[in-house]
Design a binder for this molecule. Structure first.
Ligand SMILES: *[C@@H]1O[C@H](CO)[C@@H](O)[C@H](O)[C@H]1NC(C)=O
Ligand SMILES: *[C@@H]1O[C@H](CO)[C@@H](O)[C@H](O)[C@H]1NC(C)=O
Ligand SMILES: *[C@@H]1O[C@H](CO)[C@@H](O)[C@H](O)[C@H]1NC(C)=O
Length: 306
């Protein structure tokens, strides 16, 4: 019963940067690829948007088991892809298959000058590492409920992701325990360094440690608008379960908004669009109302599809 009904999405944050340039797409549409569905959100200027973050079984109006042609059509209608947290097989699941199709399309598009950004959070980072390395290099770490300060690398300051963050926020990120870690698997610095494919592709912006293994906590691609964090920027503003690792300080919430805002500003550089406005209207998350689930799960709000 629950299985049939439940397709849960946590609301995550996307503060849409106010852009005025004529070359920007001020109505970017971002797909959040989840275990059973894709959730499509539009961010327009000055809006504060929720996008889904995590999912339970079954599927929706736009299913995860689409054909490659379907994904192609969707790809050329949307302006960014969010790979959220979760718990799926990174090599055999429908999620990994859909991620690979979008990833390959995004590589090709960007190479041809058609800007298309990808963001990975937690499992999203892990999935991106598997796609780029063409193998699973992850290792078990003791990081299932802990808030950590980022060990920023020298590359962080000039990175596209962080360079426009306020100085005091960067200091908060470096010194305070404000990034939430809820993961069992990590990409260790050791395995990253031994993979020519990963090293060539990504610049490491921060690392963390579980006390034994040092792992990558933030990275961005050298030549593609692809970004990934092992931590959860969205939890501080949208998740309120009281447990270790959760942080709701002003600095943590600011980090959440700056991170979401950054990705939306990247999506604004993409000019893909639905061929018919009707098609876009039907796909948007606004067709569904999230439900407050009162402490029955880790999340606060859930979308029910089907
Ligand atoms: C996708 O899954 C749905 C629901 O399980 C099913 O009805 C549909 O036939 C599937 N489509 C493909 C292409 O496998
Ligand atoms: C490196 O990757 C392998 C999988 O290829 C994994 O078994 C191993 O635990 C990883 N080691 C470290 C230190 O990350
Ligand atoms: C704060 O971060 C440090 C690592 O710098 C870690 O050892 C410690 O467990 C964290 N404290 C909390 C309360 O999460």
């Amino acid at each position: 019963m629950l299985r049939a009904l439940l397709c849960a999405c946590l609301l995550a944050a996307h503060l849409c940067a106010a852009g005025t340039s004529r070359t920007l797409n001020l109505r970017p549409v971002i797909v959040n690829l989840t275990k059973c569905s894709m959730v499509i959100t539009r961010c327009n200027r000055k809006c504060l948007e929720g996008t889904s973050q995590n999912l339970a079984p079954t599927s929706i109006w736009m299913r995860i088991n689409l054909t490659e042609t379907d994904y192609r059509n969707i790809f050329f209608s949307i302006n960014g892809l969010l790979l959220p947290g979760g718990n799926v097989d990174l090599e055999t699941s429908q999620f990994s298959r859909a991620s690979r199709i979008f990833y390959d399309l995004a590589l090709r598009a960007n190479k041809a000058g058609d800007f298309f950004p990808i963001w990975g959070t937690c499992q999203g980072l892990q999935q991106l590492s598997v796609l780029t390395a063409d193998q699973n290099l992850l290792t078990d770490t003791d990081t299932e409920a802990v808030a950590l300060p980022l060990n920023l690398t020298p590359a962080a300051e000039s990175s596209r992701l962080f360079r426009n963050f306020p100085k005091d926020l960067m200091q908060n990120l470096a010194e305070e325990n404000i990034t939430s870690n809820f993961h069992r698997w990590s990409l260790s610095v050791q395995n990253f360094s031994q993979s020519a494919l990963l090293k060539r592709f990504y610049k490491v912006l921060s690392t963390n440690s579980d006390g034994e293994k040092e792992f990558i906590s933030t990275m961005e691609a050298h030549r593609y608008p692809f970004y990934a964090v092992q931590w959860h920027p969205e939890k501080s503003s949208f998740e309120w379960t009281d447990k270790p690792g959760m942080v709701h300080s002003t600095a943590a919430v600011r980090a959440s908004f700056y991170t979401g805002g950054f990705f939306v500003s990247e999506a604004m550089k993409s000019h893909h669009r639905f061929s018919r406005p009707r098609q876009e209207e039907e796909a948007l998350i606004y067709n569904f109302a999230p439900v407050y689930i009162r402490g029955r799960a880790a999340f606060v709000q859930i979308y029910y599809f089907d």
